[in-house]
Design a protein around this ligand. Structure first.
Ligand SMILES: [Fe+2]
Ligand SMILES: [Fe+2]
Length: 356
């Protein structure tokens, strides 16, 4: 259940809202007077009387101080043009009509959860139990992350274990072949990175425990994307600077989602929050350097960059394995040279599928 503070001024309306959002949101309310004592946050939801002129004036100046990209959602009656106009004049980024649909509110706050979590996978994917179980797990962890629910570490562990078994039995090529047919770019990416990371671990003969860690991290590394709006996440084209700044938050969001999960080892959190860090300190979110980046993180980063390059997207053809590997080489001091060299045979396996 996701905890939500709503700025509200009518107890009867709030009781109705609570019923409408039951099962998804746990609602707490505060008055306008209470809310404006602190600064506006990243997301604010209003269920207030939009004809109360004096309090609206105070609100307008308060909302003028909201952070860039903050979401301000007003609940309004469908038929009232006046309420709409006032809400947008005050600084609303969205207006939702009563009765409020919890899933829709969640989507406006954190991206389109339903289209991420109820993704009908195709027949080829469903035919492979290891792939199907990895997708089910991904759907569950993305939904849980969106809803602020604790993640089920056990099911992630067992799906991770299945991926290790599948890649080791059938090879990376079969894995790539299957997961690249998934139409959600985000899931396709996570599954590709998982297969690549496991094959990489197998290639350089890390322990079975480490291969499982890599599998687990491959699935989880982009979990923070559950909180990035779908319009940015699955945009069919390059992101502009503002969109990229939002996208980059996914590493920290991922850490935040996992930090509440009981019993997750610190190396998992490390791989999730640091998979976009580079050895020369030019990565994000913390700009840490080589001495603070573990071998497992270095491996996930290589699998992540390579996976993104060979993905099939609607707006760009996938790079061949060879071309993608050359991009890794061109990244020079950002990546671990020895590990990039060791990744070459894995990249060759990817090449056969990427050119198809
Ligand atoms: Fe990422
Ligand atoms: Fe990624």
């Amino acid at each position: 259940m996701y905890h939500l503070t709503v700025i509200a001024d009518d107890r009867a309306n709030t009781d109705v809202l609570r019923k409408q959002l039951a099962g998804i949101f746990d609602i707490e309310t505060e008055t306008v007077e209470e809310a404006i004592r602190s600064s506006p946050g990243a997301a604010t939801v209003f269920d207030i009387n939009l004809s109360d002129e004096p309090s609206l004036l105070k609100l307008k100046s308060w909302l003028g101080r909201k952070p860039a990209n903050a979401k301000v959602i007003f609940l309004a009656d469908r038929t009232s043009h006046l309420q709409h106009a006032r809400a947008y004049a005050l600084g609303a980024t969205d207006v939702l009509h009563r009765p409020i649909d919890g899933r829709e509110l969640l989507a406006r706050l954190w991206g389109d959860v339903t289209s991420l979590s109820s993704d009908p996978a195709n027949a080829a994917i469903r035919k492979s139990p290891a792939v199907a179980s990895a997708i089910d797990t991904l759907q569950n962890i993305f939904s849980s992350a969106c809803l602020g629910e604790p993640l089920d570490a056990k099911s992630i562990d067992s799906a991770g274990d299945n991926v290790v078994g599948h890649v080791e039995t059938h090879g990376l090529t079969a894995w790539i072949d299957t997961v690249r047919t998934h139409h959600s770019a985000t899931y396709q990416h996570c599954l590709l990175v998982t297969g690549l990371a496991v094959a990489f671990g197998q290639q350089i003969r890390v322990s079975r425990a480490d291969r499982q860690r890599l599998s687990f991290a491959g699935m989880l590394h982009d979990i923070g994307k559950a909180r990035i709006p779908l319009a940015i996440l699955e945009k069919p084209g390059r992101l502009d600077d503002d969109e990229m700044a939002v996208m980059k938050k996914h590493a920290q969001y991922g850490f935040d989602a996992l930090a509440t999960a009981p019993g997750l080892p610190t190396e998992m959190l490390d791989m999730v929050v640091h998979h976009h860090e580079y050895l020369d300190g030019s990565g994000y979110p913390h700009g840490i350097g080589a001495s603070e980046i573990s071998d497992l993180v270095r491996m996930i980063t290589i699998a992540d960059v390579f996976g993104a390059l060979i993905e099939r997207r609607s707006y760009k053809p996938p790079l061949s394995g060879l071309a993608a590997y050359n991009v890794l080489l061109d990244m020079g001091p950002k990546l671990d040279k020895d590990l990039v060299r060791a990744f070459e045979p894995v990249a060759s396996l990817g090449r056969n599928q990427a050119s198809g």
